[in-house]
Design a protein around this ligand. Structure first.
Ligand code: PMP
Ligand code: GLN
Length: 387
């Protein structure tokens, strides 16, 4: 048996959701919206299921979705991608990550990971034989700086995995941070896999910047997106990766042996959705920003120190600054078992030198869910503060 997987725990998202189901807790842990997603996109999938093909679509994806991805990024991020040679459809961003990592990492290659990091990155890098090196971000700013990067890059750095906006810290790399990173990636002749699944969820008038648009990065970036996030339909698992033709050719070879294709009906519906008017995207952001403010205000009233959330549909609380000396895992365990609210301990996103005083909460929920989550978080705090 492969020790990499045999010794690995079930993901924190699955573990917390399973506990929440078992205990009947309010689930603000695993990130998924409790709404239904846009009706027009769902209707499109229903029609495609009834009237379209239900057989294997082309391996790189339906041309209509690949065109829609290129058009979408032209419209929203001023990018110029050739749909036929630079866009591949995958079964969610997770498969895109696996395909890109398996195709680009050779045993012994150093891979730079920025902690906190999404849970799939490290196991995939290890399975590919990569040698991880870590940079470490910490609250409240979660910023990278030149010194940190210079310590993490080495002459053997072949690949960097970037997440922007960042899950779980709900922060965004700005143009200066991306420039720091891009300069070093170019200088080391490395490649970046840029996981941008949260690209449309940026708040307060901020703009998401794709690292592919930075000087020197067009030919050395694999940009990954997900319909699950853009349309609040996380179960669909329709994603894509965009990269220059020489990278796309190789990554598609890994994709063909992972899933080969993705359900054609859901691809057709995602293509329709990507072409929706700017209003859809603006309203989605406004709706999530309102939910963020509702959760932040309620937690603040309950005595929690809430960290800023400028992207994703997560926000975090700083336990230490909230007068709670327990670590994040102890807090999350107690909160789900005794107070009936599931959260995610942020230390799960670190492989070494973890931040242990922050828990993440998902606000992509109806007002009633948010309000009962707040009430239960208030109970959880009482437990720690009065004991
Ligand atoms: N990357 C990040 C940073 C994520 O937060 C998620 C899911 N929340 C994924 C990848 C996985 O996306 P998908 O469901 O499309 O596989
Ligand atoms: N990305 C989601 C989160 O951060 C969970 C996805 C999963 O469970 N794999 O909560």
């Amino acid at each position: 048996m492969n020790p990499i997987y045999a010794e690995m725990p079930t993901t924190i998202f699955e573990a917390m959701s399973a506990l929440a189901r078992e205990l009947g807790a309010v689930n603000l842990g695993q990130g998924f919206p409790d709404g239904r997603g846009p009706d027009a996109v769902i209707e499109h999938a229903v029609t495609a299921l009834r009237e379209g093909s239900n057989q294997y679509p082309p391996m790189p994806g339906l041309p209509e979705l690949r065109r829609a991805v290129a058009d979408h990024y032209r419209r929203h991020q001023d990018m110029d991608l050739d749909w036929a040679t630079e866009v591949t459809v995958t079964s969610g961003a997770t498969e895109a990550l696996a395909a890109a990592i398996f195709a680009l990492v050779k045993p012994g290659d150093e891979v730079l990971l920025i902690q906190p990091m999404y849970d799939a990155y490290l196991p995939l890098v290890l399975r590919a034989g990569g040698v991880p090196r870590f940079a470490r971000l910490a609250p409240p700013d979660w910023r990278i700086d030149a010194e940190m990067l210079d310590a993490a890059f080495t002459p053997n750095t072949r690949l960097v995995i970037l997440n922007n906006p960042i899950n779980p810290s709900a922060s965004l790399f700005d143009a200066d941070s991306l420039a720091l990173l891009a300069e070093r990636i170019v200088a080391h002749d490395a490649i970046v896999i840029s996981d941008e699944v949260w690209e449309h969820l940026v708040f307060d008038g901020r703009r998401h910047l794709p690292i592919m648009a930075m000087p020197g990065m067009r030919e050395r970036t694999v940009k990954i997106g997900s319909a699950g996030k853009i349309f609040s339909l996380t179960g669909w698992k329709v994603g894509w990766m965009c990269a220059a033709p020489h990278l796309t050719r190789v990554i598609a070879k890994a994709h063909q042996f992972l899933t080969f294709t993705t359900p054609p009906n859901l691809q057709a519906a995602a293509a329709y959705g990507l072409a929706m008017s700017d209003d859809y995207f603006a309203e989605m952001r406004e709706g999530y920003a309102r939910s963020r403010d509702r959760l932040a205000a309620g937690l603040g009233q309950a005595g929690y120190a809430v960290l800023p959330s400028v992207g994703t549909y997560f926000l975090s609380v700083d336990l230490a600054a909230s007068g709670i000396s327990a670590d994040d895992v102890t807090f999350a365990e107690m909160a789900v078992r005794e107070a009936g609210v599931a959260t995610i301990p942020v230390s799960a996103f670190y492989a070494e030198d973890a931040v242990r005083n922050v828990v993440r909460l998902c606000f992509a929920k109806r007002d009633e869910t948010i309000d009962s989550g707040i009430a239960r978080m208030a109970m959880a705090r009482q437990f720690f503060v009065s004991n």
